[in-house]
Design a binder for this molecule. Structure first.
Ligand code: GDP
Length: 296
């Protein structure tokens, strides 16, 4: 189910409560059942859906006082709990500081939109007055450096990479050191998204992490990957303990529920979302904004 349909179904479920003459336990149960089915069909993890159901139910009970407008209360609780589902630890989001080196390591599977997102993030910070450089740490895929170089050149962002060095740990270390010496304030390190064996990829992330000691690691996640979002993000969480997520391809006509599951399963905030292939298709994530749009 696409995100717009998910929003419509949740709205309809809440709307049915608003339209009914009496709001009793049955009406609330029906609403919860419909919301949960819609979430499940959008690939949100079953455990999370069950938890959400209980939280909504408990919150409605807790706030249901005599004289309160129960229909309004239910609308508010559903909205607030959905926001909480996507909006964890926002206060912990990394805020780079000027006049010091902030190393940002980007991880994620090939095709997620990592290289594109590196440039978007670089431009985002450059526009805010930071001195930004990009490092290509993908020595596995032929053409990865050229792609980063092309993107960086177009966006006028200094870059570092190598056509000959095959050790990603060495390239990323050298690149970070070079930019550090030149007092760059933000160094964005792109990494590989594929390997012969998946375990090798995760091991590579561990080794690069040890070498460059990032101040922030960000996982780039494709909104359309469905159920595998949870296991994929857990595997990256173990190998590179990312502190934020960027969800890409929010413009695609796809299920977004997998992304919701990944956020909730890793308990990691979403920093930005990407909504298209172009540099400007990039925005800060807001849980309230996301859910408001979803239920638009
Ligand atoms: P990487 O393998 O993770 O580095 O992924 P790339 O940056 O090469 O992106 C893979 C493809 O996804 C490219 O064709 C990008 O143009 C496209 N892409 C990246 N971000 C978005 C997005 O937010 N929306 C859409 N529609 N396409 C995107």
């Amino acid at each position: 189910m696409v995100l717009a349909d998910l929003g419509r179904r949740i709205n309809n479920a809440v709307g049915n409560v608003t339209k009914s003459n009496v709001v009793d336990a049955d009406v609330i149960s029906n609403m919860l059942k419909e919301i949960c089915n819609a979430l499940l069909e959008s690939d949100v993890n079953i455990k999370l859906v069950a938890q959400l159901r209980e939280k909504i139910r408990k919150q409605i009970d807790a706030e249901d006082k005599p004289g309160i407008n129960k229909k309004k209360l239910i609308q508010k609780v559903v909205f607030d709990e959905l926001v909480k589902l996507v909006d964890c630890n926002e206060a912990e989001l990394f805020k780079p500081k000027k006049k010091q080196t902030n190393v940002i390591m980007m991880v994620g599977l090939q095709g997620a939109g990592k290289t594109t997102t590196c440039t978007k993030l670089a431009v985002y910070y450059q526009r805010r007055g930071f001195k930004v450089g990009m490092v290509c740490g993908d020595t596995f895929r032929a053409g990865a450096f050229d792609q980063l170089k092309q993107n960086a050149t177009k966006a006028k962002i200094p870059y570092y990479g190598s056509y000959t060095e095959t050790d990603p740990v060495k390239v990323t270390f050298d690149g970070v050191e070079e930019f550090r010496k030149e007092k760059f304030e933000i160094i964005i390190v792109d990494t590989s998204g594929r390997h012969r064996q998946e375990e090798d990829l995760f091991e590579e992330m561990v080794q690069i992490g040890k070498a460059i000691k990032p101040n922030q690691t960000i996982m780039v996640l494709d909104a359309s990957i469905g159920q595998s979002a949870e296991s994929q993000s857990k595997a990256f969480k173990e190998s590179s303990d990312f502190g934020a997520i960027i969800i890409t391809k929010m413009d695609s006509n796809s299920k977004g529920g997998g992304a919701l599951s990944a956020i909730a399963a890793t308990n990691t905030p979403v920093a930005f979302i990407a909504t298209g292939e172009h540099i400007q298709n990039f925005e800060k994530f807001s849980g309230r904004g996301f859910i408001s749009k979803l239920l638009g």
